[in-house]
Design a protein around this ligand. Structure first.
Ligand SMILES: *Cc1c(COP(=O)(O)O)cnc(C)c1O
Length: 229
């Protein structure tokens, strides 16, 4: 297997090529390295190769891993990218830079309640089910705009953008990425502070170049960095 450092290097080259093709500035695309199921030592290896932001999907695994001594005194930024149940919010709220997987109003409400209680400010993304597959998490796209006023008014949390997991079919995926971008544009028209609502978290190992062409500002890449899970 290639080393993590060379995998990261290759991905940065692909990001640059995709940005060039799309006429975008590569500094507008952040790489979140998805480290779920991978040991802390490998995450540390990626950090030492220059990767600062990591995505985790499972609460218990994340809590355990993030407390590993290899992360003592180093500025790792954790993203929570998994589905988040309301009753688990309290466990991660003060440990993450961004929560990607909020997919219903009641969970956003609980996030806000917990943030107020701890006097914290929390950034989050709304997960949208752009594929319409019943098996996937995510808010149905047509529910997002009607809920926006209520979401924007929740204290101590900021909706920073939208997230989606696309279909495996690449042509489908491209359509879904585009629909997420268009939905964000509509949502921004309703936002009290549109500048803060700018993130599109979309694209994984198999489709991040297409996601970048459709406007991704954050890509979540696991397998292409750490190998198969
Ligand atoms: C696992 C996971 C990824 C990374 O997928 P890869 O195909 O390994 O790059 C990205 N986003 C979410 C939400 C995930 O759960």
């Amino acid at each position: 297997m290639e080393s993590i450092a060379s995998n990261l290097q290759a991905i940065h080259e692909q990001i640059e090529a995709a940005c060039l093709k799309a006429g975008r500035d590569p500094s507008g695309v952040r790489l979140v390295a998805v480290s779920k199921t991978k040991p802390a030592a490998l995450v540390r290896e990626a950090f030492d190769a220059g990767q600062l932001e990591f995505g985790e999907s499972y609460v218990q695994e994340f809590l355990h891993k993030s407390e590993d001594p290899v992360f003592e005194n180093i500025p790792v930024k954790w993203h929570f990218i998994g589905h988040l149940q309301s009753n688990k919010i309290r466990m991660i709220i003060d440990r993450v830079a961004l929560i990607h997987g909020i997919d219903r109003y009641s969970t956003a409400e609980e996030l806000s309640r917990q943030a107020v209680k701890r006097n914290l400010h929390v950034d989050y993304l709304l997960e949208v089910n752009t594929s319409g597959e019943a098996s996937k998490y995510g808010m149905p796209p047509d529910e997002v705009l009607p809920l926006s006023a209520a979401l924007f008014s929740l204290p101590n949390i900021t909706l920073c953008g939208l997230m989606t997991i696309a279909s495996p079919d690449i042509a489908e995926a491209k359509r879904e990425f585009r629909s997420l971008r268009l939905l964000l544009e509509e949502l921004r028209k309703l936002a009290p502070d549109p500048l803060k609502l700018s993130e599109l978290s979309m694209g994984m190992s198999g489709d991040f170049e297409e996601a970048i062409e459709e406007g991704a500002t954050m890509i979540r890449v696991g397998t292409a960095i750490f190998g198969w899970r």
